[in-house]
Structures are given as structure tokens and as C-alpha cells.
Design a protein around this ligand. Structure first.
Ligand code: AMP
Ligand code: MN
Ligand code: MN
Ligand code: MN
Length: 290
């Protein structure tokens, strides 16, 4: 069966590995098809493509777009996007500019709590100076001894009610799905189990996502507990959405490893059904396993 991992991050966003090293690691882990889905950024795709060709795996150009829906941050993964598409590029550029402005406000808030120099610290740790995220702040806070590890940094700082947390308005759900689709891509709702919605609101989100042109949801992700897989597989079916699989890998030793999550449940309709770039990989025998 093919190992298809459609969600991970390089150091073009808040991952630790440069795109080429990320792709080589995925190939070494047995991944056959990898989507690079950096937060609000496509700058890593060109290098990832070259590395994928060398490693003999399929690289799916992707992105993970930050969205605000009814006051809550949700993430939309775009798969098979054209990174050069002007509408997508302009949309992502706007979000990244908003991230820089947010980072300044986060830094000011940390300074009020007695922690100075956070913007400069986070900026120095970001390989891509255009893409500043909370993880860059968290890594700096750990290095400075303000938190024991990354998880603790997010428990003590950067989250609601804690120093370094600021409200921020991301892209609209409509715009994010629109940019993905106009660049030729497929929109997938990332890690739906992570959002704090009661059932009724989750159903409204799935309805809205579908109505705006979304295609699938992540059923198997590093963010879902195995006990939740069945629920999301059922919801995908109920809302006429395809199922996706991705690790959301960020760094070695941090969260789930590339390619290392279970396969989709058998009754799922995979988001990659009928993708022409996968046809050469599908022998009749393996096709039945999809
Ligand atoms: P941002 O988009 O800059 O607000 O950062 C979101 C990213 O922070 C996520 O993609 C994760 O990589 C990371 N993150 C969020 N919450 C946590 C947490 N509790 N522990 C570790 N990383 C987290
Ligand atoms: Mn991240
Ligand atoms: Mn995410
Ligand atoms: Mn992610």
C-alpha cells in the first residue's frame, strides 16, 4: 500500500528541516507521496520538488492557510496548488504581512510581562524572515529558559490568557478556499478534531466548508487520537467530503514522524482518488488498498 503523507512543514514556515532534508527524510521513512504544506507560504516547494525527483517520490505542492471562522482560528490545507498563481501568492503575502504585525504585538505583550527582546529572538530563529509564527517565539522562550520545552512554552505563553497572546484576524474561509481553487488546488480542512466547537457548530463549519468549495477533511492526522478516527471518517461521509491523511510533521522528535500514522479506514474516499500523478504508482494490486 502507498504511504501518502499530505501535511508537513519545512523551515519555510515553522518546521525545523529545510525542504530538501524534509523530503529526503520522508523518502527514508518510506513515504511515496508527500505534500509540503507550510503555513501561509509556498517558498519551500521549488527545493522540495528537486529533492523529490532525486529521491524518486511524488511531491504534491501544498500550503496550510490560516483562517478565522466565526472568531476561531481554523487551518485549511491546499493540495496540488500552483505556487506561482498570482491570486494565491497575493493572498498568502497578505497573511504573512499580518503575521509580522502580530509578532510585534506578541513581543510587546511579552515585554509587558517582563520578557524583552522576543521579536528579535523569534526573528533570528526563523529561517524564512517573511514567515514568523508562534513556534519561533516558543523556541526562543525555551532557549531563554522561560519554559522547559515547546509544549510548556505554549502552556505558559502565546495562548489565550497568557503573556504573548494577542487576538488576530486571519483570512476568511471563503478567500482561503477561493485562492486554493483558483490556483487549481483542492481544499482540505486540517485537523478538525483540534477546534473547540460544540457538535452543532462543527456541523455548520463542515457545511460552510463544503458549500464554499472545500473537498475534504483530514481524518488521519497526528492531531487526532486513534479513538477519533472513526468519528471523522463518518463525518466526512455524512457531509460528502473526501478523507485525507497527514502527519503534520514539524521536526524530528517533535510530534509525529513523517509517514508514521495509520492508513485511512477502508470505507473512506481518499482525497487523492483520480490524481493523475499517482497513477504510475498504482499497480492494480495496490489500488485496491486505497
Ligand atoms: P501560528 O500559526 O503562528 O499561530 O502557530 C500555530 C502553530 O503553533 C501550529 O501549527 C503548531 O505548529 C504550533 N502549536 C500550536 N499549539 C501548540 C502546542 N500546544 N504545542 C506545540 N505546538 C503548538
Ligand atoms: Mn505549525
Ligand atoms: Mn494546523
Ligand atoms: Mn500543520
Amino acid at each position: 500500500m502507498l504511504n501518502i503523507d499530505l501535511h508537513c512543514h519545512s523551515d519555510a514556515s515553522d518546521g525545523m528541516l529545510p525542504p530538501a532534508a524534509l523530503v529526503a527524510r520522508a523518502a527514508a521513512n518510506g513515504v511515496d507521496v508527500l505534500a509540503l504544506t507550510d503555513h501561509d507560504e509556498v517558498a519551500g516547494i521549488a527545493a522540495a520538488r528537486v529533492a523529490a525527483e532525486a529521491a524518486g517520490i511524488v511531491l504534491v505542492p501544498g500550503v496550510e492557510i490560516s483562517v478565522t471562522w466565526e472568531g476561531v482560528t481554523v487551518h485549511v490545507v491546499g493540495l496540488r496548488v500552483d505556487p506561482a498563481h498570482p491570486e494565491l501568492a497575493a493572498g498568502l503575502d497578505g497573511i504573512r504581512k499580518g503575521r509580522i504585525e502580530r509578532a510585534r504585538r506578541m513581543s510587546e505583550d511579552l515585554a509587558r510581562a517582563g520578557i524583552g527582546g522576543a521579536y528579535e529572538g523569534a526573528h533570528a530563529r526563523a529561517a524564512n524572515k517573511q514567515m514568523l509564527g508562534r513556534v519561533h517565539f516558543a523556541r526562543w522562550l525555551v532557549e531563554q529558559g522561560h519554559a522547559g520545552d515547546l509544549r510548556a512554552a505554549f502552556r505558559q505563553f502565546l495562548t489565550r490568557g497568557n503573556p504573548g497572546h494577542v487576538e488576530h484576524e486571519w483570512a476568511s474561509l471563503k478567500d482561503a478556499i477561493g485562492w486554493i481553487r483558483s490556483s487549481g488546488g483542492t481544499a482540505v480542512l486540517a485537523h478538525p478534531g483540534r477546534y473547540p466547537f460544540p457538535t452543532r457548530d462543527m456541523h455548520r463549519l463542515l457545511d460552510a466548508f463544503r458549500a464554499l468549495g472545500g473537498t475534504g477533511i483530514e481524518v488521519i492526522t497526528g492531531s487526532h487520537h486513534p479513538s477519533e478516527y472513526g468519528k471523522w471518517a463518518d463525518l466526512a461521509r455524512a457531509f460528502d467530503l473526501r478523507a485525507s491523511r497527514g502527519t503534520d510533521f514539524h521536526a524530528p522528535g517533535e510530534g509525529v514522524e513523517l509517514g508514521r500514522v495509520p492508513a485511512l479506514p477502508h470505507h473512506c474516499r481518499p482525497v487523492w482518488e483520480n490524481w493523475p500523478e499517482l497513477e504510475p504508482l498504482l499497480s492494480p494490486a495496490s489500488a485496491t488498498c486505497l
